[in-house]
Structures are given as C-alpha cells and as structure tokens.
Design a protein around this ligand. Structure first.
Ligand code: FES
Length: 659
C-alpha cells in the first residue's frame, strides 16, 4: 500500500466516509499548465504505487487510475471530467447521475430514491455515492448545471465541497403522535449525514425551533452540527483562510458557497517586538517565564483583528464565520495555540504534535461563530511546517508528473523536491540576509526599499517600493545587486570585489561606485548626498556579499542534497517554484545567476506567490483538498541536513557563484 493509500484508508476508517486523497487531480487549468513530460524515476526508497482500478469515462474516453474506494464523482473531478452537481458531492442534490456501462457498482440507499428500478438495473447511479471497487466503464451525461468550482493555488481548479455546509429545513411540528425530541427532528431531516452534535446547539435548539415555526437552517462543519439558526440563512456561509507568518499575517474572507474571496487584510504579526524570526521568539519564551502567554495572546490578537477587518470590509457579522483554516510554521501554530514551542528550538527539534487534535476557532480567541471549527495545517517537521504543507497543496506538486523544486526562501528556507510519485523535503538555515537584516544598508521590503537592481557595464537602474526616495536595500534588491555585479564581473566567483584597476575595464559605467568605506570595500548603489560621499549612500559591502553567499550556499546545499537523494542532476528539474513573500518578488534570472536555484531556462523558474494562503483557501473550499493535505504527511520524506557528514563539504563548494 502506498503512503497515499494508507492515508486514504486511515481517513475512511476514522470518519466512515470515502474522502480520498486527490491523487491524479488534474483540473483543466492544471492540465494545461502541466507539460506532458515523463516523470523522472523515483528514488529507490519510494516504491511505485500498487493497487489501482481503471476507470474509463465516456464520451470523452478518458482513462484514469485511482485507488479502490474512491467515488466516481471524485475520480472524475480530480481528472477534470465535469459531472453535474450543485451540492459538490454531499449527496443532497441528486444531480450527479452517471451510468455504469461496464463492470458493476452496488446501488446505494440514495440511488433507490433517485432512480426507478429499471434505471437501477440499467446501471444508473449517483456518482458521489458510487465507489470504484473494480475496473469500470462509465457514461457521463451532458451537463445540465455547471459544478461550482473556484480557481485557487497555482492554477488549480477546485470543485467546491467545503466541510462547512448549511441546510434549510422545513420540519413538522411535534404532536402527541410525533414526540421526537427537537434534536431527533433536526437530525431526522439530515439523515444522509452521520452527525455529532455540539452541546451548545442544544442550549438554544428548543427556542429557535419554536420561534421560527420549525423553519430553520442547520449549520454543519465536517460531521458536527454546530448550530440551528432561525429561518433560511443558507446563502450566508463564510470562512477565513489565515496565512500565519512570522512577520506578516494575511486573512482572506471566503464565501464558501461560491468560492469567492470577499475581503483580504494583512498586518504585521504582533509578536514582532519579541524578535524577527522563530528562534528569537522561542528564546524569549525560554528565558522569560510567562512569555508564552504573552506571545500566544499577541498572535491571537493579530488573528482577531484581521477577522474583524475582513468581516467589516465585506459587511459580514464575524459570528457568521463557521470555519477557519490556519497555515503557519510549526513555531507560529504552536504558540498561537498556547503549546510550548521550546523543544522546537533545541536539538533534536521535536514538535508537540505534527497533526493537531480538533481545534475550534474559540481556541484561538477568534470572534467567529462560537462553535466554529479551525483546521490547522499539519507540519512535516519542526522546520518544515504547516505553511509548507499548504504551499504544496496549492502548487499541486503531489499530482504533477513533472519533477519540480519548491523553494520557500526566508530566514529558514524550506525546500521540497519531487513529483506525484515521491517527494523529499528539507530545511536550510539561510539566516537573515534575505530579510534585509545583517546587511549594512538592508531593510524590510517596505516603502523606500530598493527592490530591483538592473545592471550593465555602463550603469545601473533601481526600482524602489512605493513613491519614496531610496532608503535601503531589501532581499530581492540584494540578490539582484549581487547577481548584477557577478554578471558584469565586478565580483569574482569567490565573491570578492575585483581590484579597482580592473573595474574600469570590466564596467566603465560602474567603476566609480566601487570604493572603500574605512577598511572595507563597498559598491555604492545610490548616493544620498554628494557623489563620492560614501558615508551618505546606500551601498553593498564585501561583508554583505559574504552574508548572501552563506545564505545561498545553505539553500543550494539543501536542494543539491535532495537531488543526490533522488539520484537526479540539476538539469532533471523541470520547474522551480519560488514561494513565500520573498520568493514571489525574487527575479528568477538573478536567482539562477547566483546559483540559488538550479541553472535552468529562466521560464522554468516561476514565482508561485503566497501559496500558503492559497492552500488555506483550498482547505476551506474542499474536503477533498484537505484530505490531500493530510495525505501529504505520509508522502513527504524529510531529509535532515544537520546530521549529514557531507553537509560541510557541500556547503563550502556552494559558497562559490556559478561560472
Ligand atoms: S453530487 Fe449532489 S448528490 Fe451527488
């Protein structure tokens, strides 16, 4: 059994539903984006998959292979075959009619209500109830309604099937001959679902039913009835996707019934005063009794303020938010939930739990519905967290035949290599260079930061963030500047500035900028005062170049180790995804020039954007995608760099810039 199948089975066994991981999903968009190239052979440690059933969908003739137990609805939607549906596979619309023309599928109880005996004998079934246990031929009628779908992630199209759903119910009033309890009455109208009930629902169910003349809306998240509301509120179904970053936190309010983002807000994580990165935050907790409570409160305040902000923007009462998803690194999610992160900061770097037990929005002090659920992305390891799980989900790496390299560059750089058959992950300590810290004229990517540097031997151009004069150099500008200097020859491969007498010949328009400040050689990017006054300039020092070399060497060592584990060469990588807030702004050409990523045609290196936030949205919009995120836990093999004997040699080798 492959890890994915095991995860599917686990999922089935815990909730009784066949919520399979979406192997082979290739939405129209994703298929279009995927070159039909052969996948590279997996490393020996990752055996190819075993049990599968063959499904052929007509009239398209599309053949797909899925693990047994997957519903025909899921198998079709993962492979871009549209089947009629307005409930997204919840088994309530009875529109997902297909005919099993070859092979057999037993009729489900719902089929008996949807089809006549003759139709059942002819093979008609509801696709979302029909599980594929053997090879099948399936006829799909033309669409009457379009299944609701949303495009999220890196060109991924997700069929809407949120864990949160609302059902409007018109119930019979109780009588002496019908003495079912209020709860039995509501659950009886939801008999296609096996529900647990939150105690809080019972506190108000009696008054709500009677005041609303038994016309009510049931609010269900996963398998829990979280509310019974008066009247028909079914059109108002909301969730919030959080990207809980160490520096910045982003919230997106989603209309879960349409997949539409209604409002987005971001703010700096209020834990900032405790340090810029996860290590300084953990240190604060280790050194100061009670700091965990303060940091937890600050994280929750950040999330709560963003909740209020996005809801106000969209005119939504925060208590209408019935589910949230949180993608964050392991330290951030530990702290936000009040879990001591200290063991994450010291070897052997152990998490309290990879996968968290059931969490409520109230556990994060969110002003959402009091019984709203929270899905917190599981982490692969202390330094490859839930934000990377979400990012992989959004980028679809586990469904793509191409071998791709996912690089999320930051103080801690997370790297994942692989394709739909195998995935390897590692974390490389890149240090603070990309954040602008430890760089003499460095600054965050804020107004006034030089974010783009274009250089030729005759001169340079700068692009500055905001309508502001240059005030410093942020990470992307730093990478551009060093790549430019290597490109024109003012920096040699070892990262040393060339002698001044050589500079004029190599780059006549730039040589005047190569000078000294005290004993150190510097290259001036922008004169703030008189040209020649280095003390009033934005410059790049020899030490800054060294900082970037260390960061670059750590990252390049990371992906080289993964390539070696997989038995692949850099040229075997078919696409590089630059993820995270920094990666999204990084120039692919500069990243290649410096050797931050493998030397590939520049079009094969793409910015993936805020994939963690996109993954969080996907988890809210589709239980299938969420199951896929959980299945990733079993599919990704973590490779620890720090205990490798070859790490130091590889690191030293990678300090050089490519020829
Ligand atoms: S998809 Fe709605 S009943 Fe099957």
């Amino acid at each position: 059994m492959t890890p994915r199948e095991a995860a599917v089975r686990n999922h089935e066994s815990t909730d009784g539903h066949a919520i399979a991981s979406p192997e082979g999903l290739s939405s129209a968009a994703a298929s279009a984006a995927s070159a039909p190239s052969a996948s590279i052979a997996p490393p020996a440690t990752h055996a190819a998959s075993s049990a599968r059933v063959d499904l052929v969908f007509q009239p398209s003739g599309t053949r797909v292979r899925v693990p047994p137990g997957v519903t025909l609805f899921d198998a079709a939607s993962w492979n871009g075959i549209a089947i009629d549906s307005t409930c997204g596979g919840h088994g309530t619309c009875k529109k997902c009619k297909i005919r099993v023309a070859g092979g057999s599928v037993p009729a489900s109880p719902l089929d008996a209500r949807a089809f006549s005996p003759d139709e059942l004998r002819a093979g008609w079934r509801l696709a979302c109830r029909a599980q594929a246990a053997s090879d099948l031929q399936i006829e799909v009628p033309p669409l009457v309604t379009r299944p609701k779908a949303a495009t999220v992630g890196v060109g991924r199209q997700v069929i809407l099937r949120p864990a949160a759903q609302k059902r409007y119910l018109e119930l019979d009033e109780p009588s002496l001959s019908d003495q079912r309890s209020d709860l039995e009455r509501v659950l009886g109208a939801l008999d296609d679902l096996e529900l647990r009930v939150d105690l809080g629902v019972l506190r108000s169910i009696g008054s709500v039913l009677r005041a609303a003349d038994y016309r009510v809306t049931a609010v269900v998240v996963d398998d829990v009835l979280i509310d019974v509301q008066p009247g028909d509120t079914s059109a108002r179904l909301y969730g919030i996707a959080f990207d809980l970053g160490t520096t910045t936190v982003v919230a997106t309010l989603l209309d879960l019934s349409t997949g539409t983002p209604l409002a987005v807000a971001s703010m700096l994580n209020k834990q900032q005063p405790f340090g810029a990165d996860v290590i300084t935050r953990i240190s604060a907790i280790m050194m100061e009794p009670g700091a965990i409570d303060t940091l937890a409160r600050l994280a929750r305040e950040t999330l709560a303020e963003l909740t209020a902000d996005v809801c106000e923007q969209a005119g939504v009462d925060p208590r209408e938010v019935c589910e949230v998803a949180v993608a964050g690194n392991a330290t951030m999610t530990h702290i936000a939930l009040g879990i001591d992160p200290e063991p994450l900061g010291v070897a052997p770097f152990i998490m309290a739990a990879r996968q968290l037990p059931e969490v409520r929005a109230a556990d994060l002090d969110l002003p959402a519905h009091p019984r709203a659920r929270a899905f917190v992305f599981p982490a692969f390891g202390a330094y490859v967290g839930g934000d990377i799980t979400a990012g992989l989900l959004a980028s679809g790496m586990d469904r793509d035949s191409r071998t791709r390299l996912f690089v999320d560059i930051g103080t801690n750089c997370e790297i994942v290599l692989g394709n739909r058959d195998w995935l390897l992950a590692t974390a490389a300590p890149a240090g603070p260079a990309f954040e602008g810290a430890a760089i003499r004229c460095g600054m965050r990517a804020a107004d006034g930061a030089i974010e783009v540097v274009s250089m030729t031997p005759d001169g340079l151009d700068l692009r500055v963030i905001g309508d502001a004069a240059p005030a410093g150099l942020c990470g992307s500008g730093l990478v551009d500047a060093v790549a430019g200097l290597v490109g024109v020859g003012l920096l040699d491969r070892s990262g040393r500035f060339v002698p001044e007498q050589d500079a004029a010949a190599l780059a006549p328009g730039l040589a005047g900028r190569l000078t000294t400040l005290g004993a150190e050689r510097v290259f001036v990017l922008h004169w703030l005062g008189e040209p020649g006054d280095v003390t009033r300039s934005i410059y790049l020092s020899q030490r800054d170049v060294r900082e970037l070399q260390f960061a670059k060497a750590a990252i390049a060592t990371g992906w080289n180790v993964l390539l070696a584990e997989a038995g692949l060469a850099p040229g075997d990588v078919q696409q590089v995804l630059l993820a995270g807030s920094f990666g999204s702004y990084l120039s692919p050409a500069s990243a290649i020039r410096l050797g931050l990523v493998p030397r590939l045609p520049v079009l094969r290196v793409v910015s993936a954007g805020n994939v963690a936030g996109e993954g969080a949205k996907m988890a809210l919009l589709s239980v299938r995608e969420r199951a896929g995120a959980l299945a990733l836990q079993e599919e990704v093999r973590y490779v620890e760099l720090s205990d490798r004997s070859d790490f130091n040699d590889a690191f030293v080798e990678q300090l050089q810039f490519p020829a």
